[in-house]
Design a protein around this ligand. Sequence first.
Ligand code: SAM
Length: 357
Amino acid sequence: MAKFIFVVCQNGVESACKNEVTRNHPELRLAFSRPGFITFKLDDSRFPEKFFLKSTLARTYGWSWGNETADSSTDLVKSVLQHPKLAEAKHIHIWQRDRLNPGTRGFEPGVTPLAQEMAEQIRRFLTKKKQLPVNGLAQPDVPVFDVVMVEPNQWWFGFHYATTPALRWPGGVPLIDHQVDCVSRAYLKLQEALLWSGIGIKPEDNCLEIGSAPGGACQLLLEKGARVLAVDPSEMDPEILAHDNLTHLKCRGRDVRKRDLRDIRWLFADLNVTPSYTIDAVEEIVTNQHVCHLQGMLLTLKLTDLKMIDQVPDLIQRVKGMGFNLVRTRQLAFNRNEFCMMAIRDQFALRASRRKN
Ligand SMILES: C[S@@+](CC[C@H](N)C(=O)[O-])C[C@H]1O[C@@H](n2cnc3c(N)ncnc32)[C@H](O)[C@@H]1O
């Protein structure tokens, strides 16, 4: 096995990501870093081939085979095709590291036109004998050959198994259309959060969102046929507000009468306040005796300071203490200075949410 691993994260969070990874995995030492891309050297300890990296900020990761530099993209494409490790792969992912923070100057993460062009070249050069899908959704568990275009003329090669939903996406970014006409970026964030968490929203599901204005997340929930109780002292977008399945309570989360939340199945929170305030706000709701049908929640937790990432283990423990057995965190590709927490009462609730009626 390789002695190095690579980690891809949001542009600007490398330092916090390095600290988080080395704190959770003391056997790793920083080797190389560029905005949005880090490699670590593994000491003499052994990592399982299908390792799981404990990190909220790592968007995707894998074993690293080092890099290739060349002036012509054709030479770089050839080095992919001639790479000895390609023979073991069942899928190829190729993407560029993020050049900006998501949502800044129109930038959204994902496969760029240049990466798409390189993916096309790779497809063209693959022989009939070795046909591999490039930049699709990898099948669960398959080995994926990674090409990270850290610079247009410096490509890093790696390898991982598609063992989680996010590890199935090229560069850890879900294959969703971000050109869609939406009321706010929260529409994209929630789309990614649902894919990552595996929560399935069904028609007629009762959803509560606290911090709902202007209404991007509500827009997605309404498209899925859910009934939405939107709580926010600010104004909702008029088109969202006019939807028959939406009720807007123009108040703060704490001012909602808990007995009105009896039928709520899924709770969403997206408040522009500190993570502990958000957790306090949801605790008041989920621990109330009237709220007895809640299956799970997706919380957006703001990182006004990247040091707040150190609080993640404590926040997870607090939420587990409220009776959620499955609690995970991830900085979503479409998150900005924030991360997402999923909390599920039990695995059965999660499986049931995905089952068709
Ligand atoms: C990032 S925006 C939410 C975006 C929204 N989820 C969407 O889909 O468009 C944060 C919102 O949290 C609201 N907010 C802040 N504190 C709140 C509280 N205690 N209760 C309800 N809403 C709150 C703000 O008024 C603001 O509209």
